[in-house]
Write a protein that binds this ligand. Structure first.
Ligand code: SF4
Length: 280
C-alpha cells in the first residue's frame, strides 16, 4: 500500500474487521483472541478489509474467514496454503493471511506447509496450535504430546511430536514467531511484524482448546514470555527452539530472502523458450 493511500485510508477500529456472524466456538476457546488480535493488527496497519483476504482450510480455527469483514475463502482440508498461494500470485496487491489449526496444517496440509515455506510467497500463516483435533472431538494431532492420555489414546499415542518451527526454519520461511492467545496485545504486535516482513511468515499461536485439552488453561502461567531474541541465523534459531521449553514465546527468526516473484520467474524463463526446448 502506498504512503499516500495509507494517509487517505479512513481510520478503522479493530471491531470494523469483524463480520456480523457470531463465532460458534466453545466459550473460552483461544481462537476468539486471534480474531480480535487480527482486527487490531489490521487496523494498526490501516489496511482496509477489502485489501485483505483471509484463507483457511477445515477445523475450528479455520472458521475465522467467516468472522472477519475481509475477503474470505474457507477452503478444503489442508489446502489453505495452496489456495492462498494461487490467490497471492493472481492478486499481489492483496494482503493474504492464512489461518488454521495444527491438524489441518501439519497433517493433511503438511506437504503444502513445507513447500509454502520454501516457495516464500509473501503471505502470513497463523496456526492456532492446541495439540488436538477439536472439531472432530479430540483425536491427537501431529503436535500432540506422545504421552497425552485420552479416551481415544489410552496412555498416549507414543508418537513423536511434529516440530513446526524447526521444519519451517529448515524449509525457508522468512519470519517465524510463537505467540499466545492469552497475551492478545503481543499477539497483535507479532501479526503486524509477520504481515510487514516480506515473504512467507509463520506464526505459531498457542491457542487453548478448553473442551478437549482443559489443562491448557494453565498455559497462562506456564508460557515463557519474551524467551527469544530474533536472529537471522536459521541454524541458531533451530538450536534455540529445540533447546527451549515448547511454551517459549517471541519472534524467533527474521530472514532476508526475497519473496517469490512469479513475474521475475516468468521473465527469466519465458514460456516460449520452454516450449522451444520441448519441441526440438
Ligand atoms: Fe475451541 Fe476446542 Fe471448542 Fe474447537 S473444540 S471451539 S478448539 S475449545
Amino acid at each position: 500500500m502506498s504512503e499516500q493511500a495509507i494517509q487517505e485510508a479512513p481510520t478503522l477500529a479493530p471491531a470494523d474487521y469483524k463480520s456480523a456472524i457470531k463465532p460458534v466456538w466453545c466459550p473460552g476457546c483461544g481462537d476468539f483472541a486471534v480474531v480480535n488480535a487480527l482486527g487490531k493488527a489490521l487496523a494498526s496497519m490501516k489496511l482496509r478489509p477489502e485489501d485483505v483476504a483471509v484463507v483457511s482450510g477445515i477445523g475450528c480455527s479455520s472458521r475465522i474467514p467467516a468472522y472477519t469483514s475481509c475477503y474470505g475463502f474457507h477452503g478444503v482440508h489442508g489446502r489453505s496454503l495452496a489456495i492462498a498461494t494461487g490467490l497471492k500470485i493472481a492478486r499481489p496487491d492483496l494482503t493474504v493471511v492464512v489461518t488454521g489449526g495444527d491438524g489441518d496444517g501439519y497433517s493433511i496440509g503438511g506437504n503444502h506447509f513445507l513447500h509454502a515455506c520454501r516457495r516464500n510467497t509473501d503471505m502470513t500463516y497463523i496456526v492456532m496450535d492446541n495439540r488436538v483435533y477439536g472439531m472432530t472431538k479430540g483425536q491427537p494431532s501431529p503436535t500432540t504430546e506422545p504421552d497425552w492420555d485420552s479416551k481415544l489414546t489410552p496412555q498416549g499415542s507414543g508418537l513423536r511430536e511434529f516440530q513446526p518451527i524447526v521444519i519451517a526454519l529448515a524449509s525457508g520461511a522468512n519470519f517465524i514467531a510463537r505467540a499466545f492467545t492469552g497475551d492478545p496485545n503481543n499477539l497483535a504486535d507479532i501479526i503486524v511484524q509477520a504481515v510487514q516482513n516480506p515473504g512467507f511468515s509463520f506464526v505459531e499461536v498457542l491457542s487453548p482448546c478448553v473442551t478437549y485439552r482443559p489443562e491448557q488453561r494453565n498455559w497462562k502461567k506456564q508460557v515463557g514470555r519474551d524467551a527469544f531474541e530474533p536472529t537471522s541465523d536459521a541454524a541458531e534459531a533451530a538450536m534455540r527452539v529445540l533447546r527451549s521449553d515448547p511454551l517459549s514465546l517471541g519472534v524467533i527468526y527474521k530472514g532476508d530472502r526475497a519473496p517469490y516473484d512469479p513475474r521475475a520467474a516468468a521473465a527469466a524463463q519465458p514460456v516460449t523458450a520452454i516450449e522451444k526446448r520441448f519441441c526440438v
